[in-house]
Design a protein around this ligand. Structure first.
Ligand code: 5GP
Length: 189
């Protein structure tokens, strides 16, 4: 077996693009991938466990982590702070593993600015109409909330060209296969 290169991969995209499903499929296909557990000031949702889904911290602790330089990137999203702990990610990359980050746009752009070796993948919906249909179809939010998410999605789509690759999520299997090809390519350069 040849030695594999470690890699930091960000898979981002607008709300409703199917990011969660793509993330779990990509990780399942890569036995040497690890999921980074973010620190957040958001309260746990029912079923979320501390240290598994997130490292749940208060604002004071988050700010201390940020000031110590313990976060690779951080951002505020919907009134809460989120950040990627630096040490576990760096250690996994040094071991030759693939670290996959599920983070929002601002954090993704910070990673790109500080770590030119990272691979930034942007998931694109087949069309804006399809994104709108998916968001409304979820039925979990009222019209005003859907409108806010659509406005944010419009802004996020405008930043797509700052990513290394854009992958259209029209067909899940094809989309996942394309992301895996990009990861393979980035690891072998
Ligand atoms: P949620 O509260 O729904 O779990 O996450 C809200 C948003 O924060 C999602 O877009 C998610 O990808 C993003 N997010 C989660 N962890 C991090 C992180 O460590 N850094 C950044 N920048 N965004 C994060």
């Amino acid at each position: 077996m040849t030695e594999r290169r470690g890699l930091l991969v960000v898979i981002a995209g607008p709300s409703g693009v199917g990011k969660g499903t793509v993330h779990s499929r990509v990780r399942a296909a890569l036995p040497d991938s690890v999921l980074s557990i973010s620190s957040t000031t958001r309260a746990p949702r029912p079923g979320e466990q501390d240290g598994v889904h997130y490292d749940f911290v208060d604002r004071e602790r988050f700010e201390a982590l940020r000031e110590q330089g313990a976060l690779l990137e951080w951002a505020e999203y919907a009134g809460n702070l989120y950040g990627t702990p630096a040490t576990p990610a760096r250690e996994a990359i040094a071991r030759g593993q693939v670290v996959v980050l599920d983070i929002e746009l601002q954090g993704a752009l910070q990673i790109k600015a500080h770590d030119p070796d990272a691979l930034l993948v942007f998931l694109v919906p087949p069309s804006f109409e399809e994104l709108e249909r998916r968001l409304r179809g979820r039925g979990t939010e009222d019209d005003a909330a859907v409108e806010r998410r659509l406005a944010r999605a419009r802004e996020e789509l405008a930043a797509a060209d700052q990513f290394d690759v854009q992958v259209v999520n029209d067909d899940l299997s094809r989309c996942v296969a394309e992301v895996l090809v990009e990861i393979e390519r980035a690891r072998s350069v």
